[in-house]
Design a binder for this molecule. Structure first.
Ligand code: ADP
Ligand code: MG
Length: 267
């Protein structure tokens, strides 16, 4: 049994859990933003998170991606601790070098694209693989070309972000995340900043990714996408998961009045 499997067994995580959260808490000073999150995202599945603004969705993604340190609970990605390390039954802060390695395994796509504006599309795609992973440039370029084809942007290889539409920029951002070969991809409202006519092309790329077996955690207001592509739908409100289940069932027949009220506003 490797260390990851041992961690999963110790905390009762299912063997196929890519993301495992138990009682995850996060405070900013006196403000408790996550109040005990329990969630399992099985490998190869798509979890869609919905909920009102300020409910802690972004904070939860940022915790999974090591951008925020959790204040309590257990958070594992592929069996590895996020936020802490466990040795001899004690929790330690993760060393910086290890943190970089673990973060590299997790891809994140933001609402605001976040491409490097002074770099071409190709440079954006090869930057992290060559610098962080030490992939030879030729190899990184070949892989970048394949990824651009996958998101339908082969002809934009030498363009700068400002020369692309929002939808194209977001597709590049997805390709850039994929270039690191992540174990899991996190999306934080990836279509919220787009003009309505550009939303579909980004959702299509995400749909293809899901079909290819990528494990994804998607914060979104696109209920149609959640229903068709999501394996699980999670409704967060005020730092807790109020309800989770099969998207179809939850959308058709929400159990909690809070879920019902939220869905009635976004549907
Ligand atoms: P959501 O993504 O669901 O809209 P967020 O996770 O962004 O919610 O924010 C949840 C709460 O945490 C909000 O009240 C927000 O102001 C607060 N918050 C988020 N990040 C920080 C921070 N770095 N410092 C202080 N408060 C924060
Ligand atoms: Mg947010």
């Amino acid at each position: 049994m490797n260390a990851g499997e041992e961690n999963q067994r110790r905390f009762g995580a299912p063997a196929d859990a890519m993301v495992f959260a138990r009682g995850v808490r996060k405070s900013f000073g006196p403000l408790e933003v996550l109040k005990g999150i329990d969630l399992v995202v099985p490998t190869g599945s798509v979890a869609c998170i919905i909920g009102p603004s300020g409910s802690g969705k972004s904070t939860f993604l940022r915790c999974i991606n090591h951008l925020e340190q959790i204040s309590g609970g257990v958070l594992l990605v592929d069996g590895e601790f996020v936020g802490y390390d466990l040795r001899d039954g004690k929790l330690y802060e993760v060393k910086n070098s290890l943190l970089c390695k673990r973060r590299a395994d997790i891809g994140m796509v933001f609402q605001s694209f976040n491409l490097f504006s002074h770099m071409t599309v190709m440079q954006n795609l090869i930057e992290a693989p060559t610098r962080v992973r030490g992939v030879p440039v030729q190899e990184a370029r070949a892989r970048a070309e394949a990824l651009l084809a996958r998101v339908g942007l082969s002809e934009k290889v030498n363009s700068y972000p400002r020369e692309l539409s929002g939808g194209q920029q977001q597709r590049v951002a997805i390709a850039r995340a994929l270039a690191m070969n992540p174990k899991v991809l996190l999306f934080d409202e990836p279509t919220s900043a787009l003009d309505p006519e550009l939303v579909g092309e980004v959702l299509q790329v995400m749909r293809d990714l899901a079909d290819s077996g990528m494990t994804m955690v998607v914060v979104t207001h696109e209920i149609g996408f959640a229903r068709e592509v999501g394996d699980a739908l999670i409704f967060m409100d005020q730092g807790v998961i109020v309800e989770q289940g099969l998207p179809r069932d939850m959308i058709a027949d929400p159990q909690s009045p809070r879920t019902r009220e939220f869905l009635s506003r976004v549907l």
